[in-house]
Ligand binder design. Sequence first.
Ligand SMILES: Cc1cc2nc3c(=O)[nH]c(=O)nc-3n(C[C@H](O)[C@H](O)[C@H](O)COP(=O)(O)OP(=O)(O)OC[C@H]3O[C@@H](n4cnc5c(N)ncnc54)[C@H](O)[C@@H]3O)c2cc1C
Length: 356
Amino acid sequence: MLNLETNQIETILSNYIYLATGGNGQVYRTTTNPAIATGDGVAMVYRAKGRIENMEFIQFHPTALYEPGLLGQAFLITEAVRGDGGILRNKSGEAFMERYDERKDLAPRDIVARAIDNEMKVTGTEHVWLDCRHFEKEKFIEHFPNIYEKCKSIGIDITKDMIPVAPAAHYSCGGIKVDEKGRTSIRNLYAVGECSSTGLHGANRLASNSLLEAMVFAHRCFEYVSQKVVNGVPPSQYRKTAPVPEWNARGSSHPKEMIVITQSLKELRQVMSDYVGIVRNNYRLQRASRRIDILWDETEELYRSSKVSPQLLELRNMITIGYLIIKSAIFRKESRGLNYNTDYPEKSNLVQNIVL
Ligand SMILES: Cc1cc2nc3c(=O)[nH]c(=O)nc-3n(C[C@H](O)[C@H](O)[C@H](O)COP(=O)(O)OP(=O)(O)OC[C@H]3O[C@@H](n4cnc5c(N)ncnc54)[C@H](O)[C@@H]3O)c2cc1C
């Protein structure tokens, strides 16, 4: 564990360990997820030979605020805006959702995200528009004060201007395979929250349901482990902690290392967004797979030859996450929920989890 106050790595022996490291949206160029969402827990478990499942089911939120050049966490425009009457329009001002689904702007998240993705590709634009100009200003401010303020801060007056929006990686339905008590496939290792895969979200999570994993399953897991502790803690089998590699807690600053770290991250996000995004096909997935292999080899070489830093570890973990998403998407020979592959547009009758 990195102690942020002392900048030292501390090792702690424990009988039971919970992982609650959150999502992995940072592997994509545009994401609503915070900077910490680098999939560290999933990558660690995969390296430790634990089971990871259904990583291909990445949910894209249809309407993140589009800000040119923004890197990192995109501002989310809640779907409630469309629920209240917001209308999606393309470059020509057409309310295009009626061409995709009879529910128009109120269609489910994945359908709206795919429609926007298609409109952007067809028209060659980086975003579409969300039109709220017909809203009563006072009501909009009352319902969506943060959105109003955010738009205003970047010069968008929602009563006169449309809001530029684009899909962004939002939630990982898959992750570390756990049972109903949060137990992973590794003894005494537990996973809760978004990093876990309980199976609850199936192939396509319903909005606002992350509480199930983050609160309900986490609580169950806590109760289960507490009971074990109350019944007497067995002596740890592993009395020795693993040696810590040479560590640079302040982060890398060597130019050669920084090039590998920053450029590889940029490449990873590009590959994931361009080839492993909302709409996939076999050719794009294979192309992504080859590029990820190169990034992995280069990063491993750096990992073995230099002091370990937080940026390097996060990069390594994110490449692992990219690998797991691509591999799972390649294995799934069907379109189901959030995995849409134009080479297999139909849903298979066989319901199966992809476990790596
Ligand atoms: C903008 C946005 C809006 C959302 N809105 C909703 C909503 O309305 N309803 C809903 O149900 N869900 C919503 N979600 C999803 C939901 O917020 C997340 O799924 C949930 O917060 C995940 O909780 P968690 O505890 O698993 O992870 P997080 O809350 O992300 O916490 C992970 C923690 O792990 C720490 N961490 C990560 N890596 C390491 C490491 N290597 N070492 C040490 N610590 C580490 C992080 O610092 C962080 O504290 C939203 C998500 C986003 C991004």
